[in-house]
Design a protein around this ligand. Structure first.
Ligand code: TXA
Ligand code: MG
Length: 341
């Protein structure tokens, strides 16, 4: 299959890309589309054959359900049996945006995307091109991250090309994604709501908006609730070791770990850090005080170092809350070792 790349720097100069992408979705094809978090692999959520093609293109485990993307809050009621007041409040406050809500689904429709669950995950993405495509398609759009299952999520169109060229109909290229990590997934079918995946909207922002404490999924134990968490994720081919702590601590641990390792090592360090072993290829990933910028670049840098053939990648993790919780979650899943001072 030939994969078309359709440039859409913005909605005005992207009109033909948007029209073409919508037509492909309507006729059962697969298109990678930009969102503010990561690129998504979009298909008509109401077309089970199209949805199945997502699973084969990505090599995605069959029991891992998909997020349905809509362009308007009003469409929520077509997909769900009940929308609790907390969900309405969160939708008003954070949509369009990097928050996915899991809600009781209507029976019958969406069987392809929910994979046997009685809930459906829904999000309104905050990207003008994505919204225009969904609106023009006129159907709810199923979209997982547009990568081969298990590899880091794509934050640029070229990452989608690297993983899925020849396996999907088209890629809409709108440049790099603004957030760089996947959306927060919040289960509102239970009370109190439960955070299944940290992301661009923080736990504290959610609790403030709904005036209630939420619970946090404890990973493995919650497998039936969020099938995605049990799979190895976000991993480049290289081995990854994450180090959290003061600079002197991190540098000495990285140097000793790399000294014992027989292969090519690289480190994604903070701006201005020194003292690393000269045999380690150093790449500054941003200031420790600017975790948003680190989040935006993480997946891209991991892919880049992979392409350059490094065998072991050290990553410095910042401390903090909000986007840092999401960053640490992804690093824990990608890493064989997470060293904390
Ligand atoms: O930012 C994002 O969320 C991106 C963009 C494209 O929107 N999408 C994304 O999709 O990250 P994906 O498929 O890579 O991750 C979706 C996560 C998985 O962990 C999946 O198990 C979970 O959402 N999920 C989907 N439906 C669910 C449901 N009904 N109940 C619980 N978890 C669900
Ligand atoms: Mg994914």
């Amino acid at each position: 299959m030939h994969t078309e790349v359709l440039p859409a720097p913005d909605i005005d100069s992207g009109t033909s890309a948007i029209t073409r992408a919508a037509a492909i979705i309507r006729t059962g094809g697969l298109v990678a589309i930009p969102t503010e978090t990561v690129y998504g692999l979009a298909a008509n959520a109401l077309d089970p054959a199209a949805v199945d093609r997502i699973y084969s293109a990505k090599g995605r485990p069959a029991d891992n359900p998909l997020i349905v993307h809509i362009s308007d809050i009003k469409d929520l009621d077509n997909l769900c049996t009940s929308v609790p007041p907390a969900a309405r409040e969160l939708a008003k406050r954070f949509w369009p945006g990097p928050l996915t809500m899991v809600l009781p689904r209507r029976p019958g429709i969406l069987d392809g995307v929910t994979r046997g669950l009685d809930t459906v995950a829904i999000r309104v993405p905050d990207h003008p091109v994505a919204l225009a495509i969904i609106k023009a398609a006129g159907v709810p759009v199923a979209a997982p991250s547009a990568n081969i299952s298990g590899s880091p999520s794509p934050t640029k169109a070229e990452h989608v090309v690297a993983d899925l060229d020849g396996r999907i109909d088209a890629i809409v290229d709108s440049g790099p994604c603004r957030v760089g990590l996947e959306s927060t997934v919040l289960d509102l079918s239970v009370s109190p709501p439960c955070l299944l995946r940290p992301g661009g909207v923080s736990r504290r922002e959610i609790e403030t908006a709904i005036g209630e404490k939420i619970t946090v999924s404890n990973g493995e134990a919650d497998i039936p609730r969020s099938p995605g968490v049990k799979y190895r994720h976000y991993s480049p081919k290289a081995r990854v070791v994450t180090v959290l702590g003061r600079s002197e601590f991190a540098v000495s641990r990285v140097n000793s770990e790399s000294g014992e390792f027989d292969g090519r090592c690289a480190a994604l360090c903070f701006d201005g850090e020194t003292g690393y072993d000269p045999n380690i290829f150093l790449r500054a990933i941003g200031s420790e005080d600017d975790p948003e910028s680190i989040a935006r670049r993480l997946f891209s840098e991991l892919r880049e170092l992979d392409a350059q053939g490094y065998d072991l990648i050290f990553v410095r993790s910042p401390r903090g809350e909000g986007i840092v919780a999401a960053l640490q979650d992804r690093l824990r899943r990608a890493s064989e070792k997470f060293i904390e001072e």
